[in-house]
Ligand binder design. Structure first.
Ligand SMILES: C[S@@+](CC[C@H](N)C(=O)[O-])C[C@H]1O[C@@H](n2cnc3c(N)ncnc32)[C@H](O)[C@@H]1O
Length: 259
């Protein structure tokens, strides 16, 4: 498995659970207002964001490390007779394609990384893959400063992602146990144990060690400015509510500064 989404039943549970849609009208508004067309979405997954944008007529390229997530997206595109280019790769290890009008780093994608340097690298790669006046959209939960107290508890959470029942009757049950954390570095380490029970009663256990570095709007803004972006909009919600220090969500709408 390349990552925690890289198993067909896990990808199916992701789609059952992740029903967020409020970012799509905001993205469509920003894309249309700025007459953008060529869009890159790293971490495209099963297409929660990518698919409605293709449906709306835009030209999309998606990158994702999980074949299982991409296969679900590919079949949805085929079902709807739509086209998008999908690249199976680790965003940190591959060169991103270039000359885009917009790069979308949405859907809490920075939770996928265990360090600020990996999150920063994504902003750098976004800058490189955009046209000289291109835009980047970044949306994540916001945790400024130290690791939030709610993450500083050594405990096991039962029935965590991915847990549920798939269409073919396969059951997934996941427990996530916090192993350690670093309050000052804002790092959380855990073990994720997923038990898969197939309809014939056979079982498979997947054990994964994970490290997460919840992202901070303060860091993200610093990196955006370092790689030449001007912050045009900074919001605490998808209705473009103003950002305030300590808000739970941070959305950046930024454009590369002409040099
Ligand atoms: C939370 S899902 C988000 C999917 C989609 N953007 C959405 O909002 O529903 C995160 C996705 O990032 C992908 N991913 C995680 N680490 C990655 C990496 N290093 N390179 C490429 N994709 C990665 C996972 O496979 C997964 O599909």
């Amino acid at each position: 498995m390349e990552n925690k989404y890289d198993e067909p039943h896990i990808a199916e549970i992701y789609d059952q659970i992740e029903k967020k849609t409020d970012d799509i009208p905001l993205l469509l508004k920003l894309i249309r207002q700025n007459h953008l067309h060529k869009i890159l979405e790293p971490f495209c997954g099963t297409g929660r964001i990518l698919l409605p944008l293709v449906e709306a007529g835009f030209d999309l390229v998606g990158i994702d490390q999980s074949k299982s997530m991409l296969q679900r997206l590919e079949s949805r595109l085929q079902e709807q007779n739509l086209k998008a280019k999908l690249i199976h790769a680790d965003v940190l290890k591959t060169d991103w394609p270039r000359e885009f009008d917009l790069v979308i780093l949405g859907g809490n994608s920075f939770y996928e990384f265990g360090s600020g340097s990996e999150q920063e690298l994504c902003i750098k790669k976004a800058a490189e893959s955009l046209k000289s006046d291109g835009f980047v959209y970044v949306e994540n939960d916001n945790m400024e400063g130290k690791l939030d107290k709610s993450w500083q508890v050594i405990e096991t959470k039962e029935h965590w992602f991915p847990s549920g029942v798939c269409k073919d009757g396969t059951r997934l049950e996941t427990a996530v146990t916090t192993k350690s954390f670093d309050e000052n570095e804002r790092i959380w380490q855990a073990e994720r144990v997923t038990e898969i029970t197939y309809p014939d009663g056979t079982k498979k256990t997947i054990i994964q060690e994970t490290q997460t570095h919840p992202s901070s709007a303060v860091d993200i803004q610093k990196w955006l400015e370092k790689y030449g972006f001007e912050v045009l909009g900074k919001y605490s919600g998808t209705k473009q509510e103003p950002y305030f220090s300590g808000c739970k969500r941070a959305i950046f709408w930024t454009q590369k500064k002409l040099s």
